[in-house]
Design a binder for this molecule. Structure first.
Ligand SMILES: Nc1ncnc2c1ncn2[C@@H]1O[C@H](COP(=O)(O)OP(=O)(O)OP(=O)(O)O)[C@@H](O)[C@H]1O
Ligand SMILES: *[C@@H]1O[C@H](CO)[C@@H](O)[C@H](O)[C@H]1NC(C)=O
Ligand SMILES: *[C@@H]1O[C@H](CO)[C@@H](O)[C@H](O)[C@H]1NC(C)=O
Ligand SMILES: *[C@@H]1O[C@H](CO)[C@@H](O)[C@H](O)[C@H]1NC(C)=O
Ligand SMILES: *[C@@H]1O[C@H](CO)[C@@H](O)[C@H](O)[C@H]1NC(C)=O
Ligand SMILES: [Mg+2]
Length: 319
């Protein structure tokens, strides 16, 4: 189809909602969407790697783990089970943002793809609609095996809903005639965030280099795990359910609290997004205003890179 025709059709669309637009778009591109992970030269950095290293600041553990997990999974024509990632950490440190980066390196239109589904527990399933959740996942994966499901605020999701997910996450060859082995599930929550913060602060106080902090350092992974296991820590949520006991989650990935210098990088990146020339000193002033902790040492930003843009515009004039 000529692009001109497409444009005309697009403008003829009455009150195209965004969702409506993409449904419409997909009629014309049947294989919507998938980008290739099969790089011809294995010594070349993949697009995902470049994007992660350029866009996500201060999260070396997440970058390394996600890069390996997602790349191997996407290159495998016949994976034995779906990829299930669980992201943990304090507020504003990149859990949603990395999901967006993953999506835009798997699907041409990123998060806007028809094959990316974002569920916010309270909003989509206020009354524990187990049947609906099951049908949605089943329906979408049977149409398109390489579908991606992101569950935000997983810690507020009802245990019964989470248990509904179980058959999809396991290495079942199929569930009612459909294989889920090519799907990606991502769970986001702040659960365990204070443990991660504690370990990172401890590490900093000992004068260590942040990049040397690893999943195994100070038994961070074990500590997170034990915390999740302990029912008393969350009324609702993943951590109640048998997802953990049955080892359906492939990777628990900690997101570290961001240091002031990372927030500075976020401000500089935001300037680019706003098409401004980057101004190091201005970024300094913006960052200086933000709340930090601990009181004495002032190492980490309380809200990570959240609200960086809103803060930045306060320093700009309108002309
Ligand atoms: N590590 C990071 N590197 C670059 N930008 C970041 C990073 N963390 C956060 N940001 C910026 O801050 C915004 C908010 O971050 P994000 O939504 O990913 O936080 P979150 O970890 O999901 O927090 P919450 O638990 O509160 O939902 C992002 O859209 C991104 O612009
Ligand atoms: C990558 O290559 C494998 C076979 O080597 C193929 O099955 C798979 O579909 C390819 N993936 C993409 C996205 O092209
Ligand atoms: C796919 O998921 C969406 C929600 O993201 C839902 O509205 C739609 O009905 C699902 N499709 C099928 C075929 O179940
Ligand atoms: C944080 O670490 C300190 C010592 O390293 C410990 O005493 C404290 O209990 C920890 N807090 C949490 C919430 O893990
Ligand atoms: C920045 O410039 C690009 C290209 O010139 C444009 O597409 C984009 O909308 C601009 N962004 C903002 C925030 O003005
Ligand atoms: Mg978030």
């Amino acid at each position: 189809m000529k692009s001109g025709t497409f444009l005309v059709l697009f403008f003829l669309l009455p009150v195209a909602t965004e969702a409506g637009f993409w449904d419409f778009f997909n009629v014309f591109s049947k294989d919507d969407d998938l980008l290739s992970f099969n790089s011809s030269e294995s010594n070349m950095l993949s697009d995902l790697e470049k994007d992660l290293r350029k866009s996500l600041f201060g999260q070396h553990i997440a970058v390394d783990t996600v890069l390996k997990a997602v790349s191997w999974f996407m290159k495998d024509p016949d994976p034995p089970k779906p990829l299930v990632l669980s992201f943990h950490g304090p507020t504003g440190v990149g859990k949603n943002y990395i999901s967006k980066i993953i999506a835009r390196n798997i699907y041409k239109v990123g998060l806007k793809s028809n094959h990316v589904h974002i569920f916010i527990s309270d909003y989509h399933f206020p009354h524990k609609e187990e049947l609906q959740l099951r049908q949605w996942i089943h329906g979408n994966v049977s149409n398109f095996p390489r579908s991606m499901f992101i569950f935000d605020e997983m810690d507020r999701m009802h245990p019964r809903l989470i248990d509904t997910l179980k058959p999809f996450l396991d290495n079942n060859d199929n569930v009612d005639g459909v294989s889920f082995n090519k799907a990606i599930f991502i769970f986001l929550s702040q659960t365990g965030g204070h443990i991660i913060t504690n370990v990172t602060l401890d590490f900093w106080r000992k004068g260590n280099n942040r990049e040397e902090l690893q999943l195994q350092s100070e038994e961070m992974e074990t500590q997170i795990f034990e915390y999740l296991f302990n029912d008393e820590n969350s009324m609702y949520g993943l951590w109640h359910s048998s997802l953990i006991n049955q080892h359906l989650i492939d990777h628990y990935i900690p997101f570290l609290p961001l240091e002031v210098k990372h927030v500075h990088q976020c401000v500089m990146a935001e300037m680019l997004h706003l098409n401004m020339t980057q101004d190091y000193d201005l970024a300094d002033r913006v960052v200086r205003d933000m709340p930090v902790f601990p009181e004495e040492e002032k190492v980490f930003a309380v809200k990570g890179c959240r609200c960086v843009r809103q803060k930045l515009v306060l320093y700009l004039s309108l002309d």
